[in-house]
Design a protein around this ligand. Structure first.
Ligand code: DC
Length: 238
């Protein structure tokens, strides 16, 4: 049997990383982990417990004290065939995708104690390999030894349009300019924070998906996976 590898998919927000990572995981029988959902869970927890005030300020001491209470897990939804996100055993898949959570998540994800806790949970999930994880620092900080690393990007406007369409399809109110501004601000915070900023790993393969379809993208990714697993099995069989 072929060894199961670790696949890290990093990139900017709303560039379709989750869709491609989920589809790949399903096609090859690997576990999929959405690490952004984990930072969203931390943000939801902080909002629910008054740790984030109305003006957006964060009570860091209280947050750090309560961090051990946050456990994130994923369970397959039989209807959608995709994993749902659970915060302390409660399904929060739709709560974590609202604009309210989106607009507070980047400062939360920049806090070193939040990153340390989530990175530890992510590394525990990936210990056995056979995992596709998407995020911002998977190939650089969480799994620096991942066998396959992909860095995905697309233009700002195209990414904002995708996020806007997603919100509208879910029946949420959305304003395109607000979505675009939120996305640019998140990119700025994610790329300039001190701990594990968003950056391309030196050994990552870049995919700009501004102008390709989802089936084309899925095929491209599957080809990279086949290439990598074949190269690895020929080196191990030598
Ligand atoms: O991919 P997303 O939009 O759901 O991510 C939500 C936020 O979490 C985003 O602002 C960046 C942050 N994030 C992170 O800092 N590190 C990760 N590995 C994944 C997401």
């Amino acid at each position: 049997m072929k060894k199961k590898i670790t696949i890290a998919i990093d990139g900017h927000s709303s560039c379709g990383k989750s869709t491609m990572a989920k589809d790949l995981a399903r096609a090859i029988g690997y576990i999929y982990v959405d690490s952004g959902a984990m930072y969203r869970c931390c943000t939801l927890f902080a909002l629910q417990h008054g740790i984030i005030a109305d003006d957006g300020s964060i009570d860091e001491a209280e947050f750090e004290r309560r961090m051990p209470e946050i456990q994130v897990s994923f369970r397959l939804n039989e209807e959608t065939g995709r994993p749902d996100t659970y915060l302390n055993g409660v399904c929060v898949e739709s709560e974590i995708r609202t604009m309210e959570v989106s607009s507070h998540v980047s400062p939360v994800a920049a806090l070193p104690f939040v990153r340390a806790a989530m990175t530890a949970q992510q590394q525990a999930m990936g210990r056995e390999g056979g995992i596709v994880m998407d995020g911002r620092d998977i190939g650089t900080a969480v799994f620096p030894d991942a066998e396959l690393k992909i860095f995905v990007t697309a233009s700002d406007e195209i990414r904002a349009q995708r996020r806007y369409d997603e919100l509208i399809a879910k029946g949420e109110e959305a304003d395109f300019d607000e979505v675009l501004a939120n996305l640019r601000e998140r990119d700025r915070i994610d790329s300039t924070r001190e701990v594990a900023p968003l950056r391309q790993a030196d050994d990552a393969i870049v995919l700009d998906n501004s102008h390709i379809t989802i089936p084309e993208q899925n095929q491209w990714l599957l080809d990279r996976f086949e290439e990598k697993t074949q190269a690895l099995s020929s080196t191990t069989s030598k």
